[in-house]
Ligand binder design. Structure first.
Ligand SMILES: *Cc1c(COP(=O)(O)O)cnc(C)c1O
Length: 360
């Protein structure tokens, strides 16, 4: 999809760009925020006109409802400079759908897809000089919606803000991680908010993750809240396994985040000669596959790293080692294919790329 123009958005430009402060050869994830931000208010029962202004502090009341009762959701996505020099935003429709599911679950007003995508388009185009061009680099996009209304009583807010920030991100090579199957703490229970990208899910996951780190692991492998028998996710990523030559991943439930990377890899797998099973995956099955030697890959899937190889999984106190990733590994091939599609080296048959043509 190529879009040359969107309706004009009121823009207050920064007096002096901060871009010269950025070390593009050493981009620490999330460290630098681009010059501008886009803001939209929800008042009187509707989303108002967006505006673009210099990134900076905003005024808010200490009684703001999101601080007290947690109505706050976000998205995480990326834009690239493709091989033709055009800008590619990856799968904005899918992110829009997920954001609206998160908003609905948190009793927050949905954002029309058109407003969402035009907002992304406008802010990315405004700060297009911040899109890094080195291999594997991208402009990370962070949309957030939160309750802005000041009031102490427990209530659903009537005033919200939607803003979009961007941040240049370098190639992210995740070193293989050591995971622990979590059997004490829970990230999300069925019927809860696990499928929503809401701020509280992260706050609640910090402590179990900190405990796992103190025990020498990098992350936890979350299991279902009821029995701790079935695998949900790996830290803040979806999890995938290759067992007996098939890709196996937990099926979506209300306790799992519907990752765009997960969905993308599932859709790419057939073209890489792999079948995918989306179903319940028990800890016992993984343990047995390790013992039989049929588990050849385990990895996390998410926007930040695309794939993040898992080095070892600790099950009931026993460490099982995952074979090392090679250039022939499914995760490696999937990552390359995905990157090639985004950068325009392979055809975008699924219509995932939202292209903003370069000014010529
Ligand atoms: C964002 C997120 C993911 C990954 O989703 P992507 O759309 O692939 O980035 C997975 N799990 C959790 C809990 C998340 O918050």
């Amino acid at each position: 999809m190529t879009t040359t123009s969107i309706p004009a958005i009121a823009t207050k430009r920064i007096a002096k760009s901060r871009i010269s402060e950025v070390d593009f050869n050493n981009l620490e994830f999330g460290k630098y925020i681009s010059d501008h931000m886009l803001m939209v208010d929800y008042v009187n029962g509707k989303w108002q006109e967006p505006s673009i202004l210099p990134f900076g502090d905003i005024m808010m009341s200490p009684a703001m409802l999101s601080l007290h009762y947690g109505q706050s959701v976000f998205e995480g996505m990326k834009a690239f400079r493709n091989k033709n020099g055009d800008i590619c935003i990856f799968r904005p429709q899918k992110h829009s759908e997920r954001l609206n599911k998160s908003l609905a679950r948190m009793c927050m007003p949905e954002i029309p897809e058109e407003l969402f995508i035009q907002s992304l388009h406008a802010i990315v185009e405004t700060d297009e000089s911040w899109i890094p061009t080195s291999e594997g680099a991208s402009l990370y996009i962070r949309p957030v919606v939160f309750a802005y209304e000041p009031r102490l009583g427990v209530k659903i807010a009537d005033h919200f803000k939607f803003f979009v920030l961007t941040s240049p991100a370098g190639a992210y090579f995740s070193k293989p991680t050591r995971l622990k199957v979590e059997e004490t703490f829970v990230r999300a229970a069925e019927g809860g908010t696990g499928f929503a990208k809401c701020a509280g899910n992260y706050g609640g996951a910090f402590y179990p993750t900190q405990v796992a780190r103190q025990e020498g692991f990098d992350q936890v492998l979350w299991t279902d809240a009821k029995e701790h028998k079935y695998i949900d996710e790996a830290g803040v990523m979806n999890v995938m396994f290759v067992i007996d030559g098939k890709v196996i991943t937990p099926k979506l439930t209300t306790a799992l985040l519907d990752g765009v990377t997960r969905d993308t890899i599932i859709k790419l797998a057939p073209s890489l000669g792999m079948t995918v099973e989306e179903r319940r995956v028990s800890v016992a099955e993984i343990e047995e596959a390790f013992k039989k030697g049929t588990l050849t890959e385990a990895f996390g899937a998410g926007t930040a790293a695309v794939v993040s190889p898992i080095a070892a999984i600790n099950i009931h106190g026993v460490d099982y080692t995952v074979p090392t990733v090679t250039s022939n590994s499914f995760q490696q091939r999937a990552k390359e294919k995905l990157n090639n599609i985004r950068l325009g080296f392979e055809p975008d048959v699924h219509g995932w790329n939202y292209i903003i043509p370069a000014a010529r």
